[in-house]
Write a new protein. Structure first.
Length: 179
């Protein structure tokens, strides 16, 4: 299954994406020393949804959904770059991120966000039960990343590596950043 990104957590849990590995955040702060100034056109804050993937297939000639799904509903969404359509379980997370930022690491722009305590526990339980399945990170009506779960994710700090440009990373962090 195709994947255009990965996630990292601030724990020793490991999640591996097809092309990117995700390991402990190595003690870095969420923004890696780089400030994330607001975009001139600040988009509305959205709650990230973490959803277990039930299947994935090429989009083909189908149109990608454009509406953000209700967290309690199953969903079919395309990845942000378009070629894959994911069928997803209801969201494990329900609250907006408590913090979000941008960092550059080895020439790659990363978006980091922190889940609240309840969502952190839900993600830890869900990932422990779903090892070797994909976990989709959904923002709005798009799958930003869908790495394979290699072990439970504790701590609630998620780092997305999705081949973002600097501006794309800043825009996404701004969408996730609480008011």
């Amino acid at each position: 299954m195709a994947n255009r990104g990965g996630i990292r957590t601030a724990t020793t849990a490991t999640v591996v994406a097809a092309a990117l590995t995700a390991t402990a955040a190595c003690g870095q702060s969420g923004n890696g020393g780089h400030e994330s100034p607001p975009s001139s056109a600040s988009p509305a804050v959205v709650a990230p949804q973490l959803r277990v993937v039930t299947s994935a297939e090429p989009v083909g000639s189908r149109a990608c959904p454009t509406a953000t799904p209700a967290p309690s509903a199953t969903a079919e969404l395309c990845e942000r770059t378009g070629p894959m359509l994911y069928r997803l379980e209801p969201s494990v997370t329900h609250a907006p991120a408590t913090d979000a930022g941008v960092t550059e690491q080895s020439g790659q722009w990363l978006v980091t966000f922190q889940l609240d305590a309840a969502d952190s526990r839900a993600v830890a339980e869900t990932t422990a039960r779903n090892v070797n399945k994909q976990l989709a990170i959904v923002v709005g009506a798009r799958v930003v990343s869908a790495p394979v779960i290699r072990s439970g994710i504790d701590g609630g700090r998620i780092q997305l590596a999705g081949g973002f440009t600097e501006q794309q990373a800043r825009d996404l962090a701004q969408q996730l950043k609480p008011s």
